[in-house]
Design a protein around this ligand. Structure first.
Ligand code: EPZ
Length: 417
């Protein structure tokens, strides 16, 4: 397996372009199942999770192709199977996103249960509850959820926990249901709004996306569309931390700074100097890095997908910082690897106390999930000597050639086959 080798010490300087958002591209690709017409997507990141989704759709009979230039063509005119098999779902939990579109258009679906992962149990009870409220019958047996309906109908659905893919699945299913569906306590991440605008381009009637209450009036049929995926706010946030931790000077372009308000506000509190443009921001790292507590919550608050990267930064803070993770119950695996690099971190349940002013030393470390792998690279950028990161297949799930982009900013980093 490939590894990443990082030698610490270089300040990052220059401009980096951000790719399309993985977490917007995955539901957009699944949405192609809602129509027999062609769907054309632009700015799709060429990463392992979008390629797995391409394979999953092809397995169902969809003509699906993603190109490295970010264009994707999807046509679900001859869907022969409504099954998402274990082999594919086990590699990518987001495969659950075919459940809603399949139920909306084909009135049946058989999707392998995603199961838990390194960061938490990740149940899908709210996805199932919502479909059942729309009239579906869902059986969970043999590791699969088998769902069927004679036709979905609109319903009022209150989700007791904010769920991103749950909101996306139910929104997609409701576009072809009879009558109006109201999703309450809905997720309002930018990826939700991006999907809603694509569905409207396909003829769906959706209001309130971006707020906690979304209304969907079902229509008989949806048509094809052309849609450009929003930039990846988490990739942009990762490069912002890379500049701050190396005391660098980086312009992060081709992104939407308004999607990063909480992240940039937190980084400026730590002392980074940030100037914001319409589709880019410039971030200059400063000494000292101020240790600041943070708590993750659903959007628009500080995102859980930036927690690991922020922890790496806090190992270099001038005091102690308390990091509280409220979204996932087990998202501190990276702390153990950062400790192997010399960090002083105490984890208790959903809180981690990070004592700063620690000189990190390069080590062999293992990535446990996508964002954890990014935090290990960030730590490696300031550690003394070499850091070798194993299991980078996690990294490739959601970052496109991150080591090349960092090298262009002056980092000493390479992928070692
Ligand atoms: C999405 O996952 C993202 N993935 C995750 O990004 C992200 O961390 C997460 O939202 C939170 O922002 C994609 O969009 C593909 P949730 P999702 O359902 O939808 C509980 C990355 O690094 N819950 O919003 O699976 C759940 O256990 C990935 O790119 C239920 O209890 O997350 C969790 O504690 C990692 N029942 C909380 O809600 C349900 O039915 C939020 O999970 C569903 C969720």
């Amino acid at each position: 397996m490939d590894k990443i080798r990082v030698v610490g010490g270089n300040r990052l300087v220059g401009r980096v372009e951000i790719n399309g958002a993985k977490n917007a591209a995955l539901p957009a690709m699944a949405a192609s199942l809602l129509t027999a017409d062609s769907v054309y997507l632009e700015n799709v990141p060429y990463v392992r999770d979008t390629l797995t989704t391409q394979d999953l759709l092809r397995e169902m009979g969809v003509e699906a192709e993603i190109l490295e230039d970010g264009s994707a063509t999807l046509k679900a005119s001859d869907v022969a199977s409504q099954e998402a098999p274990y082999e594919l779902v086990k590699t990518m939990r987001a495969a659950i996103l075919v459940l809603g579109p399949l139920m909306g258009r084909f009135k049946k679906a058989s999707v392998s249960l995603p199961g838990g992962c390194a960061i938490g149990a990740r149940p899908i009870n709210l996805h199932i509850m919502g479909l059942e409220r729309m009239g579906a019958k869902c059986d969970v047996t043999h590791g699969y959820v088998d769902a069927a309906t004679s036709g979905l109908h609109g319903s009022y659905i209150m989700m007791d926990t904010v769920t991103v893919t749950g909101t996306e699945n139910l929104m997609m299913a409701a576009t072809l249901a009879e009558g109006e569906t109201v999703l309450d306590n809905a997720a309002c991440e930018p990826e939700i709004t991006d999907l809603a605008s694509m569905l409207r381009d396909m003829g769906a009637q959706i209001e309130g996306d971006g707020t906690r209450t979304i209304r969907i009036r079902g229509v008989k049929k949806l048509h094809g569309c052309r849609h450009r995926i929003i930039p990846d706010r988490i990739e942009a946030g990762t490069f912002a931390v890379a500049s701050a931790i190396t005391r660098g000077d980086v312009e992060v372009s081709n992104c939407n700074p308004r999607h990063l308000t909480a992240v940039l506000a937190q980084l400026s509190q730590t002392g980074a100097q940030i100037s914001i443009g319409p589709d880019s921001f410039r971030i200059k790292g400063r000494d000292p890095i101020s240790s600041k507590n943070v708590t993750t919550y659903p959007y628009p608050a500080f995102p859980t997908d930036m927690q690991a990267q922020y922890m790496a930064l806090m190992t270099q803070g001038n005091d102690s910082a308390l990091i509280t993770e409220t979204v996932f119950e087990n998202r501190f695996m990276h702390a153990l690897e950062l400790i192997r690099m010399g960090a002083d971190i105490t984890v208790e349940g959903r809180q981690a106390m990070v004592k700063g002013r620690k000189i990190l030393t390069g080590a062999r470390v293992q990535a446990s999930d996508l964002r954890a792998s990014a935090s290990l690279i960030l730590a490696g950028l300031v550690a003394e000597g070499e850091t070798w990161i194993d299991r980078i297949y996690h990294l490739d799930r959601g970052y496109y050639r991150i080591e090349e982009k960092l090298a262009q900013l002056g980092a000493q980093i390479e992928r070692v086959p």
